[in-house]
Design a protein around this ligand. Structure first.
Ligand SMILES: NC(=O)c1ccc[n+]([C@@H]2O[C@H](COP(=O)([O-])OP(=O)(O)OC[C@H]3O[C@@H](n4cnc5c(N)ncnc54)[C@H](O)[C@@H]3O)[C@@H](O)[C@H]2O)c1
Length: 430
């Protein structure tokens, strides 16, 4: 470890040494934070990916950011990266099923780690991360950016205030539209071995929100799930002769409402299409192809150690994107909903952006009339949550956070284990 290493604090004069592994669209947030917004406290010393093309794109990004070029390592050289660059912190933004491998190796080498959600996809790899963290004492942080979005912090604030009393049950329904929702069926997410399915990959955000909102631990899960929309049969019902292999070469591009134009979208072309010869990663596989094995319609019933219960659903082919959540408490009910704007990963659209007047927060006491609250707001991705989270990660001196939004490996585990248990429930029927 470098002399600047510290897991709890650092002097503003010292720039902490970061490495990023996984250089797809999500990593850009962290690279820019290190090289631009937080360059006074942070430096990017190394980058790593399986794809040499995306490594070069990330180096070009450093040039544009006016930063020193990070040293580049191809994935099998990760041990050399750790040995030669001695990062203080490794940020893991690879596809989900490979997170654990980098987290464990980095902690073993004495680094703190920051991982994108989901922390991992399986119970066994989750246990290994927890064991490694406990043995090495390194800090493991899971970037649950949804916690930082102002309306979701506001919900936490209302629940903490005791306004609706003790929460006995929660109804939570998340809708993905056929832009963002369809995108999970185009690439690596569409196989459970890569993503854990949407119960893990996507719902980790939602289960974490409930765990954090309630300050409770999940204890049991029952689930159902199916895929009935992103199927070969649906392609036929929509008047296509397919499914076909991918959008880029699809003979029915003009007729298909799910066509993704990799060649015609500059960002998608430069990040994915231009580099697929290296690794065969097609960003635009047909959403109706038969080999998809994740669900598009899911329901779960979760019980918590506080006695609260959660009724949850996730649907990936909806007419609008966002969610409704209601907390039923001993003194009243809290209703909250968000309608999100259209987003496609890897394009210039804003992720988790909120539609005009898209946020509603209403409290209805058991006696007396209900009232609407003015939603807290901030600009940027995930309703302003990403910027606040980056400040929490990168600023050396941070005020105490009464909402406890920074998430560690235990929060990472508790959210994915709900999804992993839900997947098991789908398999066993129990
Ligand atoms: N918090 C959020 O809101 C949010 C949003 C988007 C993505 N994410 C998460 O970020 C991660 C990356 O997602 P993305 O959309 O950028 O995906 P992506 O496919 O665009 O990028 C993944 C990158 O990792 C590289 N990679 C894959 N396997 C690797 C391995 N074994 N070793 C090294 N490099 C490897 C790929 O070549 C690619 O460059 C995922 O875990 C995803 O869940 C989180």
């Amino acid at each position: 470890m470098s002399a600047s290493s510290s897991s709890t604090s650092s002097s503003p004069a010292v720039r902490r040494r970061y490495a990023i592994v996984g250089l797809g669209s999500r990593h850009e947030l962290y690279q820019d934070a290190i090289e631009v917004a937080h360059a006074a406290h942070a430096e990017l010393v190394a980058i790593c990916d399986v794809n040499p093309g995306r490594i070069e794109v990330a180096r070009q990004r450093s040039r544009r950011n006016g930063a020193a070029l990070p040293r580049a390592y191809i994935a099998p050289e990760f041990e050399a990266l750790l040995r030669e660059q001695r990062p203080d912190i490794v940020i893991v933004t690879t596809s989900d099923a490979s997170h654990h491998d980098y987290l464990i190796r980095a902690m073993e080498a004495g680094c703190d780690v920051i991982t994108e959600k989901p922390m991992t996809t399986e119970a066994d790899t989750c246990r290994r991360i927890l064991e490694t963290q406990a043995r090495t004492g390194r800090r493991c942080r899971v970037t649950f950016n949804y916690r930082y979005s102002p309306p979701r912090s506001q919900v936490k604030d209302i629940l903490m205030s005791g306004e609706i009393g003790d929460v006995l049950s929660v109804d939570f329904h998340w809708l993905l539209n056929t832009h963002h929702g369809a995108d999970y069926f185009r690439r690596w997410h569409a196989q459970k071995r890569n993503s854990g399915g949407l119960f893990v990959h996507k719902a980790t955000h939602h289960f974490d929100l409930v765990n954090w909102w309630l300050g409770a631990q999940p204890v049991s899960v029952m689930a159902t799930g199916k895929r009935e929309f992103y199927t070969p049969a649906m392609a036929k019902r929509l008047g296509l002769s397919g499914p076909h292999e991918r959008c880029h070469t699809c003979p029915e591009q003009a007729k298909c409402g799910f066509f993704l134009d990799l060649a015609g979208t500059a960002k998608l072309k430069s990040l994915y299409l231009d580099h697929e010869t290296h690794d065969g990663y097609w960003r635009d596989r047909c959403v109706f192809r038969p080999e998809i094995d994740i669900e598009d319609t899911m329901n779960a019933l979760v019980s918590y150690n506080t006695g609260a219960t959660l009724s949850y659903s996730l649907n990936a082919f909806n007419a609008w994107e966002g969610y409704t959540v209601a907390f039923n408490g001993t003194k009243g009910r809290l209703e909250h909903s968000i309608v999100e704007s259209v987003y496609v990963n890897g394009t210039e659209t804003v992720q988790g952006g909120v539609a005009e007047d898209g946020v509603k927060i209403r409290v209805i006491p058991l006696r007396g009339g209900g009232y609407d609250l003015q939603p807290w707001s901030a600009a940027g991705d995930h309703g302003g949550g990403d910027r606040l989270m980056l400040e929490d990660i990168f600023l050396p001196e941070r005020p105490a956070d009464k909402y406890l939004r920074s998430a560690d490996e235990r929060a990472g585990a508790q959210s994915i284990l709900v999804g992993i248990a839900a997947n098991r429930s789908l398999q066993t029927g129990a």
